[in-house]
Write a protein that binds this ligand. Structure first.
Ligand code: ZN
Length: 203
């Protein structure tokens, strides 16, 4: 194959690095970008760089935020004694959309997945345990809700965390069934996720 534009190939390659984007989609996106007005392309490029530069991770819950600690952790209206553990910030947003939850969060940054080379030390699990352990002037945590996705990796992670939290005086729960097995929390509708949250069960 003769490459006629290095710039086009580079863009295809960069798009193809994104999750869920295969080479075919990467080519389609590239073709689309080339037809866009220049100022639109600049807007996308700016948004990418500014998100990367400005967004930080909350030092308490590890959610993405412009200010540390994040708006949820520093809100006086949230119940600081209940912590909902999620995989990614997108799952946190899914729980927020239910309007059924008034506690705080802990974002793991993924799940234990030996096949992908992700172990407990790659996630914010140690930080979760130290939050539960409390001490200093940190609020005591009474309940940890494990809102991980209902699949093998989610189950493994929930079990692992459950074991680590056993020595502490904390109630550990998981979302009730109702979220289809193998599906993503992020894509569950608000009513289903709200019900799963309300009917959570002890681990
Ligand atoms: Zn936070």
């Amino acid at each position: 194959m003769q490459i006629t534009s290095e710039a086009v190939e580079t863009l295809v390659e960069q798009f193809a690095k994104l999750p869920g984007i295969g080479r075919k989609t990467a080519r389609r996106l590239t073709a689309y970008v080339l037809k866009m007005p220049r100022q639109e392309v600049v807007r996308i490029a700016d948004a990418l760089v500014s998100a990367k530069d400005r967004v930080k991770f909350c030092s308490v819950c590890f959610n993405v935020t412009d200010h540390d600690p994040c708006a949820i952790c520093s809100s006086g209206k949230r119940d600081q004694e209940v912590v909902c553990v999620v995989e990614e910030p997108s799952d946190l947003m899914a729980v927020e959309r239910t309007n059924e939850y008034s506690g705080v969060y802990h974002v793991l940054g993924g799940v234990i997945s030996p096949l992908d080379g992700i172990g407990p030390e790659d996630l914010k699990i140690r930080e979760l345990v130290s939050r539960v352990a409390g001490g200093d002037d940190r609020p005591a945590i009474k309940e940890v809700i494990l809102a991980v996705n209902p699949n093998v990796e989610g189950d493994t992670t929930a079990y692992y965390i459950g074991q680590l939290l056993q020595p502490f005086d904390v109630r550990v729960t998981r979302l009730a069934h109702g979220i289809p097995v193998g599906s993503d929390l992020e894509f569950a509708d608000e009513a289903t996720l709200g019900r799963a949250l309300e009917g959570r069960v002890g681990l």
